[in-house]
Write a protein that binds this ligand. Structure first.
Ligand SMILES: C[S@@+](CC[C@H](N)C(=O)[O-])C[C@H]1O[C@@H](n2cnc3c(N)ncnc32)[C@H](O)[C@@H]1O
Length: 217
């Protein structure tokens, strides 16, 4: 059972406070006090999209110090997180038990990205039926780690985002300054759907028509 210290209560309060009214100043304070990696502008863009949509189905690849914020921002909707690091999963969930998350296994190394790209059938990620049974309004890909060749890389996350997003949905991919994220987002989400590029974040707004051949491989 997680025991909340005074400092943790203070940092969590800044998340609650920001979720009520996610202005830049509050996002800045929340980011600093909670050591969130996404930039203020990146958080603002995703938050604005979620607020514009209202309560919706949101799927997030990766638990982080920002997870409670996304959960609260979409409190009347449904937010689900996917996490591959069991120790990190337990740490975040014990701190914020209201956050709903599943542990997933990628079984990939970033070094395999070109081979996997040539065989999209190998990019399928085993997920709980609860995740695959619906199409999601908003998807954020910010995991797994992919800054070294011996880490899983985000190949499967981006591919699965292209399969699980609903027509007219919004997909955000972080760390698109890196080649793998860039190539996979471009291939499976399509440059034609790229609507914003802020810092290392790319925003893809999918078309309203039925799923295209591009996204349903
Ligand atoms: C790239 S981070 C981004 C999290 C969040 N969106 C943010 O901006 O802070 C997401 C992944 O990094 C890993 N991670 C993040 N913080 C961690 C920590 N303190 N210890 C271990 N793994 C961590 C987790 O496996 C997680 O899926």
């Amino acid at each position: 059972m997680h025991k909340e210290t005074l400092l943790q209560r203070f940092t969590t309060m800044s998340i609650y406070n920001c979720a009520v009214q996610p202005r830049r100043s509050k996002i800045l304070w929340m980011k600093i006090t909670n050591l969130i990696q996404l930039s203020i502008s990146e958080i603002s863009l995703i938050a604005a999209t979620l607020q514009k949509r209202g309560p919706c189905h949101t799927l997030i690849f990766g638990l982080g110090n920002d997870s409670l914020f996304w959960h609260l921002l979409n409190q009347d909707g449904h937010t689900v997180f996917l996490e591959n690091n069991l120790i990190w999963y337990e740490k975040v969930i014990s701190k914020h038990p209201q956050v709903q998350a599943h542990v997933v296994q990628y079984n990939t190394y970033r070094s395999q990205w070109q081979t996997l790209l040539a065989n999209p059938a190998t990019l399928n990620l085993a997920l709980p039926v609860e995740v695959t049974a619906k199409r999601w309004d908003v998807i954020l890909v910010d995991a797994p780690n992919g800054w070294r060749d011996n880490q899983p890389g985000r190949m499967k996350s981006i591919y699965m985002a292209s399969k699980l997003i609903r027509p007219g949905g919004d997909v955000f991919v972080h760390d698109c300054n890196r080649k793998v994220e860039q190539v996979y987002a471009s291939t499976f989400l399509g440059d034609i759907h790229l609507t914003a590029s802020i810092g290392r974040l790319r925003h893809f707004h999918m078309s309203d028509e039925a799923p295209s051949a591009l996204t349903r491989i």
